[in-house]
Design a binder for this molecule. Structure first.
Ligand code: SF4
Length: 399
């Protein structure tokens, strides 16, 4: 990760108000703090994709939604997403990056973190200074199972039990602890401390760090600025088992507590599939692993969603394959990686054997959208060639 001194510009993560200019039109990212979205809001996104975009909606590796093929001058995305409640702030929209353990309160975990993302989001939007956070800055609320703590959040509150949890800065325990109800305020104070700290490291705003991990001594520096919050002397149980680079949860199929996990192939949904999901549950959660959790699915939902091309079988090969946007959507791409990834899925998916059995197919070395969980990268070197496991292969040989 670059040090702050290597930064030469402020980050430019896309939002809805400020979309990214891609080769296939404007790309808008819709933040869903905690991944939560109502069926009504999902229908609004589906209508927008159909009428103003390319007809598809993509899930991102931070549990957000993305629309492509938009006209940058079209006012409908901002208007309609505001009405749908998905754009509560135009000043803070790019910093509303909050993950929560998707199964919290449904199955497993040490504490119930449901509702905390909403409180954090409200507090974030209410503090004008925090609009200066980088668009890549990530909050996480982990219910103790370590799933979102492994997603490289800048600031994570991780439960140690039902009544207490600890602040981690770039994955490093700080000894600052509080109850679940106090976690949003602790995280917001820590975010303000991060902004102070990075300003001390670089006076020039364009040279400032985008991520806490880029700042030397970030955990110590942030913790020292949180004098009003309690501290503990040593980490409690469960804090040492974060497994960045581990296999990651497969939230597909029956998940316990009656919840259903659904995986769109390559994280892409048609507007029709989105409407069907909205008919299948009153509220849904988008996970950072490009799946959706339906906490209370309607009877027969799994069969209907499967018939519409969505994956509800955790053993399906699509569960182990991801891809970046690729050509033609991204001008940097050397190959039509999504078409190649679909062929790989049709062939039964990546080979089993030594090493991770998930594959991310990318059109160039930036490897956008690669999962943080264990996987192998297949990076295009030409229209029909890839490098994987250090070897150059043809698309035919992609496994
Ligand atoms: S990995 Fe490269 S080709 Fe793929 S979306 Fe990112 S920049 Fe484009």
């Amino acid at each position: 990760m670059p040090s702050p001194t290597t930064r030469t510009r402020t980050d430019a993560c896309p939002g809805v108000v400020s979309p990214h200019a891609a080769a296939d039109g404007a790309l808008a990212r819709i933040r869903l703090p905690g991944g939560t979205v109502t069926a009504a809001a999902l229908r609004a996104v589906a209508a927008l994709a159909r009428e103003a975009g390319d007809g598809a909606v993509h899930l991102t590796s931070r549990g957000n939604l993305q629309l492509r093929g938009l006209d940058p001058a079209d006012p409908r995305p901002v208007e309609r997403l505001t009405v749908a409640g998905l754009l509560p702030s135009t000043t803070h929209e790019r910093v509303r990056n909050v993950l929560t353990s998707p199964l919290s309160g449904l199955a497993g975990g040490l504490a119930d973190v449901r509702g905390l993302a909403t409180a954090l989001d409200r507090g974030l939007c209410a503090r004008p200074a925090l609009s200066a956070l980088p668009g890549r800055f990530l909050f996480a609320l982990d219910d103790g199972r370590g799933d979102v703590a492994a997603e490289r959040a800048d600031l994570c509150w991780r439960a140690r039990g039902p009544e207490s949890g600890e602040l981690l800065v770039a994955g490093v325990p700080t000894g600052r602890c509080c109850s679940p109800a106090e976690a949003p305020a602790l995280l917001l104070d820590a975010a303000a401390a991060f902004l102070d700290l990075r300003a001390e490291h670089a006076a020039d705003p364009s040279a400032r760090a985008w991520r806490a991990a880029e700042l030397p001594g970030a955990a110590t520096g942030v913790a020292a600025r949180l004098r009003g919050h309690r501290s503990v002397s040593s980490p409690g149980p469960g804090l040492d088992d974060s497994t960045p680079g581990g296999p990651g949860p497969v939230l597909v199929g029956a998940l316990g507590g009656g919840a259903l996990g659904v995986a769109p192939v390559l994280g892409e949904l048609t507007a029709g599939q989105l409407d069907l999901l909205a008919e299948s549950a009153p509220q849904l959660l988008v996970t950072p692993w490009r799946t959706l959790v339906l906490p209370t699915p309607a009877p027969g939902a799994a069969a209907r969603l499967a018939a519409a091309g969505l994956v509800v079988d955790p053993g399906h090969p699509a569960v182990r394959v991801s891809a970046c946007a690729g050509a033609p959507g991204c001008a940097k791409s050397l190959a039509d990686v999504r078409a190649h990834a679909l062929v790989l899925i049709a062939r039964g998916g990546p080979r089993a054997g030594a090493g991770p059995d998930a594959v991310h197919v990318a059109g160039c070395g930036r490897r956008c959208g690669a999962p943080h969980t264990a996987h192998r990268d297949a990076v295009a070197t030409g229209r029909d060639t890839y490098v994987i496991d250090g070897r150059t292969i043809t698309t035919e040989e992609l496994r």
